[in-house]
Write a protein that binds this ligand. Structure first.
Ligand code: DAH
Length: 357
């Protein structure tokens, strides 16, 4: 028994890990281990011999078991120490100082516009950027001979000779989404559609691709008064001012009747734009009551329903709010410009949390 004890206690002391220790436990005090085998021999002994050998074997078993659990605890401690040493982290170190990306002002402004109109019950609709000339023009009461087609400097998609499918264009405005959303969800409806549009034009205030947001509200008794209120609320929220003067100027669009362009009161004193004060007026959008022919093209009965629509340049209102002098810079991908004019990805614009902080 002394030999057994010496053998196992030294094996336990030398065990390198928990699996090694478990092997030793099985060999020593497991069901078929050496101590168990010795226990079995008790049966062959005389009662006197058994009285001495029995307690001694039990004591040996206890001693080996407690050496095993002490070693097990020591190994676990050592493993934890090792983990603490290798996985050590200095939580007092400063975080990385450089921001790696920013939200583009056009994305930011699209989010701001969406947040404002969402509060007024408008949901976001989308349409394709490559559309048929029917959606882009005809359905909007712009027939083939209409000068607006020429004015818009449309990009037409190439068609192979003999291909008789209807002509496709890069949409020149977001207005075709009016038709698509009338077709998809009928009336009543309240949607905005922000997105990219295309015209062959290029100078300080024109780029071949730019962004608009379309608005459309249809119901039984919607009037220009509702349009005016909605736009006033929008302009106040967007420019983050308490009050604004809006001026409706009679205008003409084929898809609205009557039509109005909307100006806001502003001042350019000292070269910076202030919205809501001063003696200047700034045109920000086109709007009007949806033309009965447009409702009809969208499958809506103009005898029963009416509504307003508007279209606004996102890039333009972004330039005004954030003081960007040249439209082309939006699309240059100049990192220095993006760092200067970009927004933090974590500041999602909401009306209650603040639009542009
Ligand atoms: N689609 C027009 C444009 O691109 C803007 C516009 C004007 C949209 C009046 C409208 C509207 O919905 O009612 O110039």
């Amino acid at each position: 028994m002394d030999d057994l004890k010496a053998k196992y206690l030294s094996q336990i002391a030398d065990a390198a890990d928990e699996t090694g220790l478990e092997d030793i436990r099985i060999a020593a005090v497991g069901k078929k281990g050496e101590v168990a085998l010795k226990m079995r021999e008790l049966g062959k002994m005389t009662p006197e011999e058994r009285q001495i050998a029995g307690p001694a074997l039990n004591a040996l078993k206890d001693e080996i078991n407690s050496a095993l659990s002490a070693k097990k605890a020591a190994l676990a401690d050592a493993a934890l120490d090792e983990r603490l040493r290798t996985e050590w982290l200095d939580v007092s170190l400063p975080s990385r100082p450089t921001r790696t990306g920013t939200i583009h002002p056009i994305s930011q402004v699209s989010e701001e516009v969406t947040a404002i109109f969402a509060e007024m019950g408008f949901s976001v609709a989308e349409g394709p950027r490559i559309d048929t000339d029917w959606y882009n023009f005809d359905a909007l009461n712009i027939p083939g001979h209409h000068p607006a087609r020429a004015e818009m400097d449309t990009f037409y998609m190439h068609r192979a000779e003999g291909d008789n499918r209807p002509p496709h264009v890069l949409r020149t405005h977001t207005s075709p989404v009016q038709i698509r959303s009338m077709e998809a969800s009928g009336a009543p409806t309240r949607i905005i559609c922000p997105g990219g549009v295309y015209r062959a034009d290029y100078d300080q205030t024109h780029t071949p691709m730019f962004h608009q947001v379309e608005g459309l509200a249809i119901d039984k008794d919607i009037s220009m008064a509702n349009l005016k209120w909605v736009l006033e609320e929008f302009v106040k929220s967007y420019f983050e001012v308490d009050g604004v003067d809006l001026r409706f100027r009679a205008s003409h669009f084929p898809f609205t009747e009557p039509s109005a362009e909307v100006d806001i009161r502003c001042s350019w004193e000292g070269g910076t734009l202030k919205v809501g004060e001063g003696d200047d007026w700034l045109e920000i959008l086109g709007s009007g009551m949806v033309h009965p022919k447009v409702l009809q093209a969208g499958g809506i009965d103009p005898e029963e329903w009416q509504g307003f629509a508007f279209g606004m340049g996102i890039d333009r209102i972004a330039m005004l709010k954030y003081g960007v002098p040249d439209l082309r810079a939006f699309f240059d991908s100049d990192l220095r410009w993006l760092r200067h004019y970009g927004f933090s990805a974590l500041d999602v614009p909401t009306l209650h949390g603040g639009l542009s902080r």
